[in-house]
Design a protein around this ligand. Structure first.
Ligand code: PHE
Length: 343
């Protein structure tokens, strides 16, 4: 019968239909599920169907309606899922996001500058262990176990091993270098040191030092003074330095060096404690006993050594009044050094 064929034809087109986008989906809806859909008129044909086939015809129509609904449902679900997975197309001509550059830590900035200044004078970088033995840190440097100078530096010893410690100064690198190299020796030793200090705005239990050591024939105190003067001039733009007598077990004579900072502003007065001078380092002529301990001929060679705290220099240079800021890694603090960063 004609009606049956029509219904069957519609069923076939529904099953074969492809719905690839929203427009096709809408078209499909209007055609098979809308108010004027193509299935509706076939329901009206019911009255022309002989009674004995009415049931069969009705079932066929319902099946067509059903498959239109299923098809619509499935297509609409898969289109929504595809839309969710869709990636925004990349615009290759778009300008890039501004990239935030990091900054060097003020301690690194100062350390690098120090290395660079001494490099110009021919000093090369030497490094050694932070977990050190007692001999290299103290005994070789004229500080035997019962020496009162050991009290000057509160030492962290390694648990259950009184011969091992965290180095208290980078002077320990001097001992290693003198034991393994022949003069002329001209090194600086930057690195971390440890002391059992109560942490405050002025002291920390871990900090950095730069050690300098120069050993050759006929090295004099004048050489030491001139080296330090050059450093102070390059680092601080200082025009005047002064040396005050001091004591270290491994140097003789020993001195502490102050640079002239100035006394003009209130800040100058505060930083220099009302004197105009700033202490920056300790130094002296290497004690012959130290040279002998490390197998260097004292008839032929002499030398000088100096040591300074990197944090102290950084605090002076950038006018930072609390050493703890240098260890907290608060980005609000660190960001201020961006402009001075060297890449
Ligand atoms: N090691 C000394 C200190 O840590 C500094 C120093 C080094 C002094 C070399 C003289 C010579 O205080």
């Amino acid at each position: 019968m004609l009606q049956f064929e029509k219904v069957q034809a519609i069923q076939d087109t529904i099953l074969a239909a492809t719905i690839g986008d929203k427009e096709q989906l809408e078209e499909f809806r209007v055609r098979y599920l809308g108010t004027k859909n193509t299935i509706k008129p076939l329901f009206a044909e019911m009255r022309n169907i002989p009674n004995e086939r009415k049931k069969e015809y009705g079932q066929l129509l319902n099946a067509v309606k059903q498959s239109a609904e299923t098809k619509f449902q499935e297509a609409s679900e898969s289109l929504t899922a595809a839309a969710a997975n869709e990636v925004e197309p990349i615009d290759l001509t778009a300008p890039s996001e501004p990239m935030e550059l990091g900054s060097r830590h003020p301690v690194s900035l100062v350390l690098n500058q120090m290395i660079e200044i001494f490099d110009r004078l021919g000093f090369v970088v030497a490094e050694d262990m932070e977990v050190e033995d007692d001999w290299h840190n103290f005994t070789a440097l004229n500080t035997p176990p019962d020496h009162p100078a050991r009290d000057m530096q509160d030492t962290y010893y390694i648990l259950n091993d009184p011969t091992r410690l965290l180095r208290t100064h980078t002077s320990s690198v001097q001992s290693h270098v003198m034991m393994t190299q022949k003069p002329p020796i001209r090194i600086i030793a930057p690195g971390r040191v440890y002391r059992n200090e109560t942490i405050s705005s002025r002291a920390h239990c871990q900090f950095h030092q730069v050690e300098g050591l120069y050993i050759a024939e006929k090295v004099s105190f004048a050489d030491l003074r001139q080296t330090i003067y050059y450093f102070a001039k390059e680092m601080f733009g200082a025009t005047k330095i002064r040396m005050r007598p001091s004591f270290f077990p491994f140097t003789e004579p020993s001195a502490e060096v102050d640079v002239w900072w100035g006394m003009e502003t209130e800040a100058d007065k505060r930083i220099t404690k009302g004197t105009g001078w700033l202490e920056i380092l300790g130094c002296g002529m290497v004690d012959p006993a130290v040279l002998e301990n490390c197998g260097i001929d004292t008839e032929k060679y002499s030398g000088f050594a100096f040591g300074m705290g990197v944090e102290r220099i950084a605090m002076l240079k950038y006018q930072i009044d609390d050493i703890r800021l240098l260890f907290e890694n608060d980005v609000r603090f660190l960001k201020q050094f961006k402009k001075t960063a060297v890449f």
